[in-house]
Design a protein around this ligand. Structure first.
Ligand code: FAD
Length: 343
């Protein structure tokens, strides 16, 4: 008997959530159109290290080949105002790979798997027709936070990952493929700082008390195409309704210090996969599929989002950073439990 045709799925947003979901749906034969406002490859503001991504999620979504050359990092060195704070060993290695490579690989695989990819096309987000998934990334609502990044060439690190705390800012340094070091930071936007795309990161580093880090960066070559910026970052409450199927950062953005946003993008795609396949095969209604996915995401992400939101001010506010530094020096920080709570 010839199987009945499956209902087509439309995904808006070709970041990690949209691409990984689209690819997994294609592996199960569902027709998928993916609409992406930009083109590939491109650099994106991101720390480019992934913590808390289980091998089972990688396998379920068919992602193993894309991480073949990812680096594995466990050693983290923390600094505040350029002074060493403490060193930490992650319970599990973080995967390190550039978004330039990862997004491009996923997009190519999606097309090879028969997906219909429409790049440089911005979808109108006001309508939520049956079969449409929103993987559109962050919901801009707190314009005071900006993200900046670049790839440094030949920059030596004091640990596999460096995390630097400044005044209302933090910056991560992470070695990725091809001898590059990704430098990416979250900063509270400052009035009156005159910056260009190329100078923004150095200017902000100096302004937040990370002059030595700025000097290190100024002394090495930077890939000029890698300078990227993103504004309007916020860590608002999770998307709370069942009127749309929303995954990845569009569902909720966890503060970047966790290194866990990309894992959550993949995990939300994983949670959406079976309900969407059931809908596409005509086994459940669209409303039921949406309700199931949104409920699963609420249950899965609730504790880690709340824990990360609670910890975030300790990393950015100078008065709380001082408390953090003292607790750290006295070895009073329960690093292991804090890691578990945010993953
Ligand atoms: C400073 C900073 C550092 C970070 N560091 C890390 C880290 O080290 N580790 C980690 O795991 N996570 C990190 N993150 C978070 C991580 O980048 C995100 O969680 C992840 O990119 C979310 O993937 P996504 O697919 O949900 O969204 P995105 O990757 O943002 O993709 C959304 C896509 O939707 C497209 N889009 C939006 N609107 C439309 C439209 N109307 N029509 C068509 N297309 C549209 C956009 O162009 C975009 O490509 C960091 C974030 C920031 C800001």
């Amino acid at each position: 008997m010839i199987p009945a045709p499956m209902h087509p799925v439309e995904i808006i947003g070709g970041g990690l959530a949209g691409l990984s979901l689209g690819l997994a749906l294609r592996h199960h034969g569902a027709p998928v159109t993916l609409i992406e406002a930009c083109a590939y490859p491109r650099h994106r503001v991101c720390g480019e290290f992934i913590t808390g991504l289980a091998p089972s999620t990688i396998e379920r979504l068919g992602l193993t080949p894309f991480f073949a050359d990812a680096l594995h990092h466990r050693e983290v060195a923390w600094f505040r105002h350029d002074q060493p704070l403490r060193r930490q060993t992650l319970p599990l290695p973080a995967l390190a790979i550039s978004r330039h490579a990862l997004d491009q690989r996923l997009a190519s695989a999606f097309v090879s798997a028969g997906g219909d990819l429409r790049t440089q096309t911005r979808a109108d987000l006001t309508a939520a027709p049956v079969g449409r998934i929103f993987a559109t990334g962050r919901r801009p609502d707190r314009p005071e936070w900006i993200g900046l990044k670049c790839h440094a060439l030949n920059l030596s690190l004091t640990a596999e990952l460096e995390l630097h705390l400044g005044d209302n800012a933090y910056v991560g340094l992470c070695a990725v493929e091809d001898g590059r070091v990704n430098v990416s930071g979250l900063f509270r936007q400052r009035e009156g700082l005159v910056v260009s795309r190329e100078t923004a990161l150095l200017v902000y580093l100096r302004a937040v008390g990370l002059a030595a880090l700025a000097d290190r960066l100024a002394s090495v070559a930077i890939d000029p195409d890698s300078f990227s910026a993103v504004a309007g970052l916020g860590f608002s409450k999770p998307y709370a309704q069942d009127d749309r199927l929303v995954i990845g950062d569009a569902y909720a953005m966890i503060p970047p210090f966790t290194g866990h946003g990309m894992a959550m993008a993949f995990q939300s795609a994983e949670q959406a996969l079976d309900p969407l396949l059931a809908w596409s095969r005509g086994e459940v209604s669209w409303d039921a599929a949406v309700r199931t996915v949104q409920h699963r995401l609420r249950v899965l992400f609730r504790v880690r989002l709340a824990s990360a939101a609670m910890l975030h001010p300790f990393l950015v506010k100078p008065s709380r950073q001082r408390w953090l530094a003292t607790a750290s020096r006295l070895r009073l920080l329960p690093i292991g439990p804090l890691y578990q709570a945010t993953h």
